[in-house]
Structures are given as C-alpha cells and as structure tokens.
Design a protein around this ligand. Structure first.
Ligand code: SAM
Ligand code: SF4
Length: 386
C-alpha cells in the first residue's frame, strides 16, 4: 500500500542522513563517514520527490510547511541542495506564509551556506545546541563548542529572524547549577523558539553501554523534575511560553510544522527511513542506505512498512499527543468508543487525577498541570486504565 497522493498534503519532511560525527546518544538513522554516498542519495531523493508529485501533475501542490531534518543537513553540499530545491520548486508551489525549516549543527555551517539557505526559501533556522559544555559534548562524541554556537547565531541572525535551538535536559555530568547558568546565557541569544528534549537512552547506542557499564551516571528522577519545572518558569519569565512539553516559543513563533504532527494532519516525508502519515496509515521508508538508493535507481517503491491505524490506536495517539500540549485532550476523545461501564470507571480515574491536581480542566479538555508534565506517561496510562 502506498501513501494516498490524493490527500491534500500541505507539509513535507525531507531527511538528510549524513553527519560529521555520530553522537553517543543518537538513535536517528544517520551516519558519519559515508559522504561518498551523498551524490547518489541526493539523486535518489530527487527521484522520490518527482515520483510522488508526478502523480498530481495537473496542478502544483500548495505546501505550507517544509522541514529539512537529519542527520545534519548543514553537511549537504551546495550544488546538491540547490538541485533538490530546484526539483521542489518544479513540482510544488510554496504558500506565501510557508514555514521552511532547516536543522543545522554548530561548527558545520559555512558563511556562504547561510545565503544559499535563505535564497532557496528557508525562513526558520534550527540549531542543535544540546549543551554549552564543550567537554561533556566531546565525551559524547559531539565535536562542537559553545563558541561555535555563539558565532553561528551571530551570523545567522543577519539572515533569519526565526531561529530555534534544541537543548537536551539530563545529559550526564550537567548539574542543576550548570543548567541554570546555560539558560541564563541562552535567553540572551537572538532566538525565538527553544526545544528542550528529555534525554532518552536508546538501546544499542554507545551511551546505553556506557550507562550499563557504570562508566556514566544519569541524574536522579527527582532532580530531573526539579530542573524541568525550574526551566518552565525561567523561560516563561523571559517570554518563552511552553506550548508543548518540550517546546517553548515567543508568541507567534510556535512551530507550524510540529503542530501538523500533533494535530495528526497528513504529511509526506522523503528520504531514508522517513515516516509519512496520510490521515489513515503511517508509512516508513527503507532504513538501509544502499537499498533506498538502489530501489530509486530502479524506479521501485521505497516504502518499507505501512501501518493501518485501528480505532484504538487513533484514540491512543490523540490522547498522548493532546496531553503533551497546553490545549490538552478533549473529553469527547477520551470517552469515544467506551462502554458505559468503562465510561464510569474513566470518570472516577479523572476525578482522582483532578483531586491530586495532576490535571485540570479547560474548555472541555483535560490538561496536565505544568508541575506534572514529567510524568505524562503515567497519567496517560491512568487515563487508559492500564
Ligand atoms: C534529528 S536530531 C539531530 C539534529 C542535529 N543533527 C543535531 O544533532 O543537532 C534532533 C534533535 O533530537 C534531539 N535528540 C537527539 N538524540 C536524543 C536523545 N537520545 N534524547 C533526547 N533528545 C535527543 C537533539 O536535541 C537534536 O537536536
Ligand atoms: S549530529 Fe544529530 S543526527 Fe547526527 S549523530 Fe549527532 S544527534 Fe544524531
């Protein structure tokens, strides 16, 4: 089964899987040391784009958001990104108010690239800062310095008004005190949006083995919660309001592309291991680089998996995604498809969560209280009766 190309898809994700180094904590389909495949990959990517939009040739599809992610898209050679951008322009039409994001790593961006990014229509610049502690990053095989971040933001702010940064909360070795000092610097940088991701340990990553062997120790859960809650208050003081568990923005700079994911709107993704959603099914492309390239060279499909979502899965997704946002989840969604008996039981569990102030009600929606966002998973399980 293939993505339903008749769907009015307004959002695209494009994956560039090449990196200058492979960070110890990274679970993404990304590689260091395989740059020799870039050209063939780029050609394959353009073919995938052309093949998809070719189906709707009569009219150019209007696109509202594009996100170029990775990997490290700032390692994309100029002539190749220009070719891909030309391909996009030949098959689709960008909305007047398009949000067009590229993800970059500090230390991997050349000055001339900023101009190229701007010329091809990129208007949102997302920088992977993660931490401002050079030696902690180096120990995690990430070769970037705080000075690279300052230099990049200084230059990028001449080209982009809408700059976002990513941070990781819970990196081993970063104390609460140190985190506070970083955030005090960060709020003074020329940025409009901050993503604060909770460090997740993925099996088979180098960090996973370092923790297993006791070489590295993670911060305790209590401290983690304290740091997060302090972060929410601190960022709010400086005008970055929390609109999703991990996302903070100055008013008007919330990410439109992320909202598409949270609202379960359709999006088409191109590239290695890229995941798409057409409103009914979730698709994923091949994760094997050679297979992805070779299939497209033979004009074959690169869809590896297609999952048709059952009503239960849809309900679960809606609950989980809704609870991550400051809008919460609608009661109608929570109670959909339940028997009378299940409804009575859920009402009781909701009352308990309300009594404990884990959640509150707003516009017929249930919203997690900011202080308890770090236990979102537990609250979801409680609402599902698990
Ligand atoms: C696609 S990734 C990588 C983007 C870019 N290559 C970089 O490293 O800055 C997007 C973000 O995911 C976050 N991330 C990566 N690995 C993570 C992990 N194990 N736990 C939590 N967040 C992670 C980082 O904040 C990163 O900026
Ligand atoms: S640079 Fe980004 S994508 Fe590449 S390995 Fe590091 S975290 Fe993963």
């Amino acid at each position: 089964m293939e993505y339903n190309s008749k769907i009015d898809t307004r959002s695209l994700y494009i994956h560039w899987p090449f990196c200058a180094y492979k960070c110890d904590y990274c679970p993404f389909v990304s590689f260091a040391g395989r740059d020799q495949f870039m050209e063939r990959y780029n050609n394959a990517l353009m073919k995938e784009i052309e093949y998809f939009f070719g189906k709707n040739k009569s009219q150019k599809q209007q696109i509202d958001t594009i996100f170029i992610g990775g990997g490290t898209p700032s390692t994309w050679p100029d002539e190749m990104i220009l070719d891909t951008s030309g391909k996009l322009n030949s098959v689709l039409s960008m909305s007047k108010n398009i949000e067009f994001t590229i993800e970059v790593n500090p230390g991997t961006v050349r000055d001339s690239q900023l101009e190229i990014f701007k010329d091809i229509g990129i208007n949102r610049f997302s920088v992977g800062v993660q931490s401002l502690n050079d030696s902690i990053l180096k120990n995690l095989n990430r070769f970037q310095k705080a000075q690279d971040v300052y230099n990049l933001l200084d230059k990028a702010s001449n080209y982009f008004e809408n700059i976002s940064i990513d941070l990781i909360l819970g990196l081993p070795g970063v104390s609460f005190q140190e985190w506070k000092s970083y955030l005090k610097i960060i709020v003074g940088l020329p940025i409009k949006h901050i993503s604060v991701y909770f460090l997740t340990i993925y099996e088979n990553t180098p960090l996973y083995y370092k923790i297993e062997s006791g070489e590295v120790e993670l911060i305790k859960d209590d401290e983690f919660v304290d740091i997060y809650n302090w972060t929410v208050d601190f960022l709010e003081e400086y005008g970055f309001y929390r609109y999703e568990i991990s996302n903070f923005a100055k008013k008007g700079y919330e990410s439109a592309h992320n909202k598409v994911y949270w609202d379960r709107k359709p999006y088409k993704a191109f590239g290695l291991a890229a995941c798409s959603f057409d409103g009914t099914c979730r698709f994923q492309n091949y994760k094997d680089l050679s297979k992805y390239i070779e299939c497209l060279e033979k004009s074959e499909s690169v869809t590896e998996t297609c999952e048709f979502l059952t009503d239960d899965q849809v309900r679960l997704e809606k609950i989980m995604l809704g609870l991550r946002t400051d809008l919460g989840v609608d009661r109608e969604i929570l109670f959909a498809q339940l028997s009378n008996e299940q409804k009575i039981s859920l009402e009781k569990r909701i009352s308990e969560l309300l009594d404990k102030k884990f959640v509150y009600e707003k516009n017929n929606c249930l919203v997690i209280s900011p202080l308890f966002l770090t236990i979102e998973n537990e609250i979801v399980l409680e609402l599902l009766g698990k």
